[in-house]
Design a protein. Sequence first.
Length: 75
Amino acid sequence: MGGFITPPPDYFKIASQVAHHYGGLFICDEVQTAFGRTGQHWFGISHWGVEPDIMTMAKGMANGFPMGNTITTTP
């Protein structure tokens, strides 16, 4: 059996706040959920209204070619 478990509504918001409170970064892996795969938003994290500091993505961005990407909010 595969799939995903949908977290509670405030999960990512609280996780982001905890990471920032302790001087960490909130990193979001969008390999499975990016590029409109959730049906409503371009990135899956957008469902929860949280902006990650770092986001990784792959698969759907290169039409089968093995390629990945990492983007950040600051240089």
